[in-house]
Design a protein around this ligand. Structure first.
Ligand code: GLP
Length: 241
């Protein structure tokens, strides 16, 4: 893993946005893997600003999102579909039919998983995958204990993940108990990975990621075996090292 240390969330967001913009300028038909959560919001703000100011075009970009809650429809304001629409897609010129997010309301979830995985591979895989990290080391929604061989699948969310994400919902009970997520194998097949880590809440995760073994008990540890992973981490997240 290549490590880039930055001062704070702002610097992390700007550095990541510049990284992505450079890739799009080099390969206008880039396939981007996108993430949700608090971490990438600032990156998306920078991408929108750059699109408006410099005209970086997403007309030929394809995107695949990591995950979606089960039981939340596209219209639900807590769905990752809405998150992506509100925080990025509606502000840039990406073709809606080139954006892909698994459906959390398909009555046949196994078929949804298989189809999503097939679509990614048929498209030629992901060129650049943007990732955040859960405080327990999860990537996408792959909780500790998930097989490194996993493909897109249905997961039970860890209580700590539901608690961490409850801030977006009215109360903890409303946080879905399951999600559909790209598997760890799906993620590590990406040609390049950009992992963003910011803030105090991620200090323990950073210690385990940098100093721990590669183990399914800490999903993000697999990134140490990936050929082309860059971690952009801020001072606060690094403070536990
Ligand atoms: C969420 C998402 C992940 C995200 C992680 C961290 O549950 N499924 O993709 O990276 O947890 O979230 P945050 O960026 O809000 O800390």
């Amino acid at each position: 893993m290549k490590i880039i240390e930055v001062k704070d969330y702002q610097e992390m967001s700007q550095a990541a946005a510049e990284y992505i913009i450079k890739k799009i300028n080099q390969s206008p038909n880039l396939t981007l893997g996108l993430a949700t959560g608090g971490t990438p919001k600032g990156v998306y703000e920078h991408l929108i600003e750059d699109h408006k100011r410099n005209g970086t075009s997403y007309a030929h970009v394809t995107s695949f999102n990591l995950d979606e809650y089960i039981g939340l429809s596209k219209e639900d304001h807590n769905s990752y579909y809405q998150y992506m629409y509100e925080n990025l897609f509606k502000h840039i010129n990406i073709n809606p039919s080139s954006t892909n997010i698994p459906s959390g309301v398909n009555s046949d979830l196994q078929a949804e998983c298989a189809e999503y995985e097939r679509k990614i591979q048929q498209h030629g895989g992901i060129d650049l995958q943007l990732l955040g990290i859960g405080s327990n080391g999860h990537i996408g929604f792959n909780e500790p204990g998930t097989s490194f061989q996993s493909k897109t699948h249905v997961v039970d969310l860890a209580p700590s993940t539901r608690e961490a994400n409850a801030r977006y919902f009215d109360n903890l009970e409303e946080v879905p108990t399951q999600a559909i997520t790209m598997g760890i194998n799906t993620i590590v097949k990406s040609k390049e990975i950009l992992l963003l880590v910011s803030g105090k809440a991620k200090q323990d995760a950073v210690v385990k990621l940098f100093n721990g073994d590669v183990s399914e008990s800490f999903p993000a540890s697999i990134l140490k075996e990936h050929q082309n992973t860059t971690v952009i981490v801020d001072e606060e997240a690094l403070n536990g090292i």
